[in-house]
Write a protein of this length. Sequence first.
Length: 227
Amino acid sequence: MTTFDFGDGNGPVPAHQHVNGGGWVADTAIVADTAYVASSARVFGDAWVCGDAEVCGDAEVFGDARVCGNVLVYGNARVYGNARVYGNARVFGNARVYGDAMVYGDAEVYGYARVFDNARVYGDAWVSAGARVSGDAEVCGKAQVFGKARVFGDARVKKTPFRIARTDGYDFIYVPCSDGKMRVIASCRYFTMEEAREHWTKTREGTPLREETMKILDYLESVSEIL
């Protein structure tokens, strides 16, 4: 019996090299003959790779993840947990898609981006650099979320959000949510505009950051009314 150690703490497990590409695949995983697993890529656990999907470079698909269709997972990317990636989606660089997240359509997740929890990225959307999409958030359409942006809760981003960085490095974005309200996201903060003004008035009273924050909020609100 042929075995291979996938480095996940389970030691050597029964495995084989995929007929199309030669990458190692655990016997517990399912990879279609039409799929491609490059020699340095890995598929293990109970993962599925089906259709014409390709796992290339040093990428890994594991856990109960499903990668199907014309998907490309490459570079040092990881898709794991119960994540689903399908359609023509791309996950590459050092990106991670995990939890119950879904990436599909023509969406791309790359750089050091993370998509997790129940988040959805689809359509022609891009999530890149160090951005995080989590919770029940959705990024879709032609939206591009990048840099240090954080999209979470039940936010819905259908177009590239305005992102403003405060001088201390805090990024502020203003996005619509499923309840019809707009919310301000800044690091772990998730506020309506009224809540945002109240919070930063109390916590930054008498400081230059308060004045700067109020100007940022004013700008975000005014721009949202125009678009």
